[in-house]
Design a binder for this molecule. Structure first.
Ligand code: CP3
Length: 343
């Protein structure tokens, strides 16, 4: 049996305490991250410099002993590898060249070209596979096609994904061709991460919550199912975590619909609800509200215990409902871990 608790939970084992890691665990709330990022110069250079990307991936493992490390990269590297311009505006977020016409789409590169841009990421994975402690699981990741498309269409983050919904309504063929291109690129990208040493992959669909009715099935569930099947066909036994954020009641039945080993949930549903409606399908990851790592105190301890307790009857990976924010106090992560592991 493996000593990697994360892999055991993904295989369906109920563990007490549950394995734990947190989204954005390598990030600006850590002084050592800020120092390495300054050394790299800018965020994209950090993503594409394997030694530095591996270093920031390892920092939260050294500080906290999380049960999993997540590769340091970004979901927007795939659009860049497909030929989109990508840059980050400090204090605002990502900017990309937009895809709104057939001509914009025709200028994109074929999916098979993505390795040219993304090969430094595979080198980061190889370094991590060598350097991580033997009990720590290495998670690779990519954005889900819908979420990545929302950024490619709008050229930036949007509160309601309006431009992507508009393109879907006005030119569905073009919208679907873009989703297909991203899906193909994502399969190749994740497969290369696995070949380099990623032991699990996670698909981040941060904006799945704005897809309604049949759109949720067609543009959140089906692309994730297609990616999952292609990866499992090529890498038998590979565990997959799907994170359709904001799915609400639609989290029920998603393990089977996507074919994923684990469904990650945000804090829009309670852990009690998830135990009843999602955990019967398999492992659940989540779902402490991330603002509690800013505010801390007894509320953090009590809410952490509540999540652990609610999901203790089945396979569970403890995590947040969304990424830790730059204003979180690193000491609060210790408080959270003590509440999980120290009883
Ligand atoms: O530690 C980890 O979780 C691994 C690395 C990781 C990053 N981004 C690093 C990052 C992962 C898994 C992501 C995923 C990601 N990136 C998502 C999906 C998850 C989510 O949060 O919903 C999305 C939507 C993106 C796109 C993205 N990247 C945005 C919108 C931003 C700007 C907002 C922000 O937080 O600054 C980024 C930048 C980014 N990606 C940072 C980090 C650590 C901050 C960059 C910096 O150092 O300035």
């Amino acid at each position: 049996m493996t000593n990697k608790t994360l892999l055991r939970a993904l295989a369906g084992e109920t563990l007490s305490p549950p394995p734990v890691w947190i989204m954005r665990q390598a990030g600006r709330y850590l002084p050592e991250y800020k120092a390495t990022r300054a050394e790299a110069g800018d965020f994209l250079s950090l993503c594409y410099t394997p030694d530095l990307a591996a270093e920031v991936t390892l920092q939260p493992i050294r500080r906290y002993g999380f049960d999993a490390a997540i590769l340091f990269a970004d979901i927007l590297l795939v659009p860049q590898a497909l030929g989109a311009d990508l840059w980050f505006v400090t204090g605002e977020g990502p900017r990309l060249s937009t895809i709104t016409t057939q001509a914009d789409f025709d200028a994109l590169k074929p999916a098979s070209d993505v390795h040219e841009t993304l090969s430094p990421v595979y080198e980061t994975v190889r370094i991590l596979a060598r350097e991580l402690p033997s009990e720590t699981t290495l998670i690779g990741f990519a954005g889900a096609p819908w979420t990545v498309a929302t950024y490619m269409i709008a050229g930036q983050g949007t509160p309601d994904q309006g431009p992507a919904h508009a393109l879907k309504a006005e030119n569905r063929a073009l919208f679907e061709a873009l989703l297909d291109r991203i899906t193909e690129a994502t399969i190749l990208y994740l497969s290369a991460q696995v070949e380099a040493g990623a032991e699990v992959v996670k698909i981040f669909d941060s904006w799945a919550g704005s897809l309604e009715g049949d759109d949720f099935r067609r543009y959140a569930v089906e692309p994730a199912a297609r990616i999952t099947k292609a990866l499992k066909d090529k890498h038998p036994g590979l565990p997959v975590i799907a994170f359709p954020r904001g799915a609400g009641e639609k989290y029920e039945g998603l393990h089977a619909a996507i074919g994923a080993d684990c469904i990650a949930i945000d804090d829009g549903v309670t852990a009690d609800w998830a135990a009843k409606h999602v955990q019967p399908g398999g492992c659940v990851q989540g779902n402490l509200p991330n603002h509690l790592l800013v505010t801390g105190g007894q509320e953090l301890v009590a809410e952490t215990r509540k999540v652990v307790e609610a999901l203790s009857g089945g396979p569970h990976i403890f995590n947040l409902g969304h990424g830790i924010t730059p204003d979180a106090d690193p000491e609060n992560v210790h408080l959270m871990l003590n509440a999980i592991r120290g009883g």
